[in-house]
Write a protein that binds this ligand. Structure first.
Ligand SMILES: *Cc1c(COP(=O)(O)O)cnc(C)c1O
Length: 395
């Protein structure tokens, strides 16, 4: 048995392999350069081009670009007319923006527990969390695996609720043969560098509802009633603020990057799936690990590759395994700390111990590196390091 790097041995890699990384090629650089040399840096032709390309890719009728995934969630909440007095059911584990957006509009997040296999929001627990104040369910396709969308849709239809899908992990995911993007009332995307494709920072709101799309367009632009291009065409200086909006616009520079990235995203998805397949092959049967599985009729976009430690088979804690893998220069991560555990939420009165599955599974998750430009050698290094560390700690 080779000595672990954390105990002074030689690390599997000489430099840290990150858990995620953007792919930027020359065509991306050219696309951005062309905008920088053009007349429009923001809100020009590239915005509509990017929106149109994402709408076509996902099958959503309407796509509205905004400057972060968080802004997309905020806009979705606002456009759905969620506000004070309303409750929105959200999964206990996600990136905090999935719950913060409910607070932004003055509504109350109500946390629901997860299904143990996918770590997605559990429709059974959503039913238990319904009250007369429930207005919407916010669902997250955790790690890129789709939620149980039909079950969630059925609950929403029966109780008159809106479903907002935070698809920050799941652009390119398919559920029962359908692309993520038009499965629920409103879908939001993020184009942060760790996501499926990047615009630096960026996000998008997708919907089949023209009224919602119109409200999001106004919200991202201060609540103005007409946009600049319509005004120019009408040769008029007049505008009115009809709602309190924000400046959430995504510049042309970023949209040009988005268009060029989207053209490559299917190739990247294929690579993510191939990497997941290699992990699955190499790590299947390791008793210290529970590997992520796909449900029937679901194809994950593999935003993350989240393994779970079978803690009763090892002599180390998750923290020790994590530190040992980092010492081997494998940039593992943890997704995510339960949101109700955060100080801001604790200060609002949320208690620990209310979501037994989420809180139990959180203690044993580790995300292995996953991004399309990982080489076969990178993937092999991760496998080597995982086997080395778990082998040393096996009980
Ligand atoms: C990344 C992410 C967001 C926020 O996106 P930003 O573009 O970083 O604002 C929201 N929800 C989930 C689940 C995410 O992973």
């Amino acid at each position: 048995m080779t000595k672990l790097a954390i105990d002074g041995g030689t690390p599997v890699r000489s430099a840290m392999l990150p858990y995620a990384r953007q792919c930027i090629d020359d065509d991306d650089l050219h696309a951005v350069e062309a905008v920088l040399k053009s007349n429009w840096l923001t809100t020009g032709p590239k915005v509509a081009e990017f929106e149109g390309a994402v709408a076509r890719y996902t099958g959503a009728a309407e796509a509205v670009a905004v400057n972060t995934g968080t802004a997309a969630l905020h806009a979705a909440m606002w456009a759905a007319r969620i506000g004070p007095g309303d409750e929105v059911i959200v999964p206990a584990i996600s990136f905090v923006a999935s719950a913060n957006c409910v607070l932004y509009v003055g509504a109350t997040p109500v946390f629901a527990d997860l299904s143990p296999d996918t770590l997605n929001i559990d429709p059974e627990d959503v039913l238990r969390k319904l009250t007369p104040r429930t207005k919407a369910i916010l669902v997250v396709d955790f790690a890129g695996h789709p939620c149980d969308h039909d079950a969630l849709r059925a609950i929403a239809d029966k109780h008159g609720l809106i479903v907002i899908e935070d698809a920050a992990h799941s652009l390119g995911t398919t559920y029962k043969g359908k692309q993520v993007g038009a499965l629920q009332d409103i879908t939001t995307l993020s184009f942060h560098p760790v996501k499926q494709l990047t615009t630096g920072e960026g996000g998008m709101v997708l919907t089949n509802d023209a009224g919602i799309a119109k409200r999001v367009r106004s919200f991202r632009h201060h609540g103005i009633d007409v946009d600049l291009h319509a005004r120019n065409k009408a040769n008029s200086w007049e505008y009115d603020i009809v709602d309190l909006g924000f400046n959430y616009r995504l510049p042309d520079i970023n949209c040009a990057l988005g268009v060029s990235q989207l053209a490559k995203s299917d190739r990247w998805l294929e690579r993510r799936r191939a990497i997941a397949g290699r992990y699955q092959e190499a790590l299947r049967g390791v008793p210290m690990l529970q590997l992520p599985e796909q449900r029937a009729d679901c194809i994950s976009a593999w935003h993350l590759y989240v393994v779970r430690l079978n803690l009763d088979t090892i002599t180390a804690s998750r923290s020790q395994v994590f530190a040992a893998l980092r010492a081997e220069n494998i940039g593992v991560n943890v997704h995510y700390i339960p949101i109700p555990w955060m100080t801001h939420y604790a200060n609002l009165g949320y208690k620990r111990g209310q979501q037994p599955v989420a809180e139990r599974e959180y203690e044993r998750v580790i995300s292995l590196p996953m991004y399309p430009s990982m080489t076969d050698q990178d993937v092999a290094d991760v496998v080597t390091a995982v086997l080395k560390v778990l082998g040393a700690y096996s009980s």
